[in-house]
Design a protein around this ligand. Structure first.
Ligand SMILES: Nc1nc2c(ncn2[C@@H]2O[C@H](COP(=O)(O)OP(=O)(O)OP(=O)(O)O)[C@@H](O)[C@H]2O)c(=O)[nH]1
Ligand SMILES: [Mg+2]
Length: 278
């Protein structure tokens, strides 16, 4: 029950997903694909997005605050520079960073600069190798279905370079997915991966109960501790009176969750059977 709390918190409060990358890789196209309409301006001019664009969407039951950012690069343009600073700042509030690359151009120095961003290291990250449709002879369609979760095989060069860049521990946390925004490839994989990362896959409607309230989670933890204390007191042959204190606390904690005030009468009733004083 307690384990369901994290999942419950995510389903209730949602997560913040920030899309970053150098200009023109397809970040705004991703935002548009995920929201289902042309929310952001998309052009073939690098530096199109200059502001932060936010939309609320739902990914497999998870409420997602999706943030599209300005392409990160060195720029002399004052307005664009403000956008780039905002993009870097947005990383701080992300629960998940989607780092987008243009696969047809490989891993560039600008990509590497972004990947070296300090704040990125502490974040959960998915790397999207986008524009897979532009790559010659790529049998991406077949691969996506056949090789649903393992995209590394088909991205050897980028993957090896990325492994070098990100230390091993981080690279284990990082997933690479091939995508094409113009052909709508890889979006399902992306959604599956997000749901796997945060709630461990599908939401099961058959789950008995789910704790979504932090006070309840605390009270369940308290109850568990009290019960464990009672058991260890019993095992170490403590007097029954001592065990009673722990059990009574456990009952009180549970009562606070259900809203039932556990009256002295109930306590008396329970403990009279043990023939001990309360
Ligand atoms: N062939 C191909 N073109 C794509 C793909 N995704 C995006 N594009 C094109 O790439 C160009 C840039 O797309 P955007 O979505 O504006 O890129 P961005 O990363 O938001 O760019 P900035 O806002 O400048 O940082 C547009 O012409 C898109 O149509 C893709 O998967 N394949
Ligand atoms: Mg954009």
């Amino acid at each position: 029950l307690l384990e369901s709390f994290n999942k419950g918190k995510i389903l209730r409060e949602g997560i913040c997903v920030v899309i970053v990358g150098r200009p023109n890789v397809g970040k705004s196209s991703l935002l548009n694909e995920l929201t289902g309409y042309n929310r952001a301006i998309v052009t073939d001019l690098p530096g199109t997005t200059r502001d932060i664009i936010e939309e609320y969407i739902n990914i497999k039951g998870i409420p997602v605050r999706l943030i599209d950012t300005a392409g990160i690069r060195e720029t002399g343009d004052v307005v664009e520079q403000i956008g780039v600073d905002m993009a870097r700042e947005a990383i701080n509030k992300a629960d998940l960073v989607i780092m987008m690359l243009d696969f047809s151009e490989g891993l560039t120095d600008e990509d590497i600069e972004i990947l070296k961003t300090k704040t990125l290291k502490e974040k959960k990250m998915i790397i999207l190798a986008n524009k897979i449709d532009l790559v010659d002879g790529s049998d991406y369609d077949k691969n996506e279905n056949k090789n649903k979760n393992s995209t590394e095989d088909s991205l050897p060069d980028i993957y090896i370079k990325l492994k070098e860049l990100l230390d091993l521990q981080v690279s284990n946390k990082v997933k690479i997915i091939k995508t094409s925004m113009v052909k709508g490839i890889g979006l399902k994989n992306l959604e599956d991966e997000i749901s796997r990362m945060f709630i461990g896959g599908e939401i099961e409607s058959t789950e008995d109960a789910m704790v979504t309230n932090i006070r309840h989670a605390d009270l369940i933890q308290k109850t568990l501790n009290n019960v464990k204390d009672a058991i260890s007191a019993y095992e170490s042959c403590m007097p029954l009176d001592c065990i009673t204190v722990d059990i009574r606390n456990a009952v009180y904690s549970l009562g606070e969750i259900t809203g039932e005030s556990v009256s002295e009468d109930i306590i008396n009733e329970i403990f009279s059977r043990f023939c001990i004083g309360k």
